[in-house]
Ligand binder design. Sequence first.
Ligand code: SF4
Length: 259
Amino acid sequence: MQTVLFHSTIFGPIHSRRLGVSLGINLMPNDGKICSFDCLYCEAGFNAQGPGKDGIASRNGVKHQLKEKLEQMLAEGRSLDVITFSGNGEPTLHPNFKEIVHDVLMLRDRYYPQAKVSVLSNATMAGRPKVAEALKTVDNNILKLDSAVAMTMRTINRPQSPNVLPEGVIADLKQFAGQCIVQTMMLRGEWEGKHFDNTTDAEVEALIKAYREIAPREIMLYSLDRKTPAENLVKIEHDELQAIGDRIAAATGIPVQVN
Ligand code: SF4
């Protein structure tokens, strides 16, 4: 099993193909993973590795460490495009997510006012008012929808709750009224003897219907980039990804970014 955890609350800056020079914030433990999904492709590995012993980041700890890092970067004359919530699991599971977002926006304004603040979220908590309010305040509210077909979504993302289904996620995403970016990992493969593929005509048509309903300001399609905890996953090569992106853009009128 591949497990590449982020071993600090503030990590990077790293160069992200999607986001530019990005400083990461990991609100989940530094020695384990906590997520409401358990995606076959998760770069942090499977949830089975456990949550570790360190516990989740504290609000004050995040504020203090981010302030120190931004001061250091500024002193070194380094540039910064984006501060990104991601890391060892789902950031919106943090009970103080809203307060932490507030602190991060305040520090961004003080030290790197031109930098964006992004959240990479699996959207399972987007129906909670406090989480939704926080997500509406960031520059890039990037929410995952890998399939609009229940069986495929449940195979790829393996939600911990049996209640997480595409219809519910789509309904939650509609509330953002365009103030969101929907991110979709395109992939095919085999898991526990079952074949899955979210690039088929039927899958892409279901996604197009979902994107139309959600009406995000942008769609991000991406494919596998690193080792994955599950074996037998197939990377969708750029030409195929681009063709799917072109089809989605033509059908929805929504800009599609292909990475
Ligand atoms: S939602 Fe993100 S953090 Fe959670 S399992 Fe999937 S890829 Fe990993």
